[in-house]
Ligand binder design. Structure first.
Ligand code: FES
Length: 108
């Protein structure tokens, strides 16, 4: 199991989840009923409602966004930042144990 941390917009404390590797960050968040990840398309890269802001050191160490993800990041409801990613494209593995992301103010 690995641990990930999601910080709701305006909150000080993260929600911490223990997750099995092999799923996406979006899938783990949806399974845990995390408020703030809509994931309307279910991970098909057509909605941008799974937007998160990835904190360092993971923002720099994650595999870079592909062209499809970069395209969808143009359509986030909240402002896009340099550390914006779509959580359906972040694979959970031991390499991201301790991953911390901030949730945007809105997804729609
Ligand atoms: Fe729709 Fe990620 S869940 S783009």
């Amino acid at each position: 199991m690995i641990t990930i941390h999601l910080v709701p917009h305006g909150a000080e404390q993260p929600m911490s989840l223990s997750c099995k590797p092999g799923q996406s960050l979006m899938q783990a968040a949806v399974a845990a009923n995390v408020h703030g990840i809509e994931a309307e398309c279910g991970g098909l890269l057509t909605c941008a409602t799974c937007h998160v802001y990835v904190r360092e050191p993971f923002a720099s160490s994650l595999p870079p966004a592909g062209s499809d993800e970069l395209g969808m990041l143009e359509f986030t409801a909240s402002p896009r930042r340099p550390n914006s990613r779509l959580s359906c494209q972040i694979d959970l593995s031991a390499a991201v144990d301790g991953l911390t992301v901030d949730l945007p103010p809105t997804q729609t």
